[in-house]
Design a protein. Structure first.
Length: 135
């Protein structure tokens, strides 16, 4: 997409957790960190994304809870809104739309063109707080 911004790190946080994505130019991947530690697969591999999306959604309490009595949040993924795409060491402002629960989400650039994901692993982070982007 047009309008890219060189981006080295991106922070996404919620009340009880935070993720950080760091661009690694050597491997050309977004390395993923959870609560300031590398996010590792069971195999020990450092998890990564070829494309990451930070999708801004409405988050409200749901009718569900966990075994500790905490309320599980509900992330509303229908409707439309803004998002940030991370790809190839850049961030892009994009828009999302999903008309109903049975529809797929569509991703568009600011110009209304399809926002193409890089082939490979894609992570989508649902949050109601804009991410913090650093060059």
């Amino acid at each position: 997409p047009k309008g890219e911004t060189t981006t080295a790190t991106v922070k996404v946080k919620w009340p009880s957790a935070k993720y950080e994505l760091r661009w690694d130019a050597q491997v050309e991947k977004w390395l993923i960190y959870f609560n300031e530690k590398p996010k590792l697969a069971a195999s020990g591999e450092h998890l990564f994304a070829d494309t990451a999306i930070i999708q801004l959604v409405s988050i409200t309490p749901s009718i569900y809870g966990d075994k500790f009595g905490e309320i599980t949040p509900f992330s509303k993924t229908t409707g439309s809104g803004k998002a940030v795409m991370l790809r190839d060491g850049f961030s892009f402002q994009i828009n999302w739309q999903r008309d109903s629960e049975v529809n797929l989400t569509t991703w568009k650039t600011i110009d209304g063109e399809t926002a193409n994901f890089k082939p490979g692993r894609t992570w989508i982070f649902l949050t109601d707080q804009p991410p913090v982007l650093a060059p």
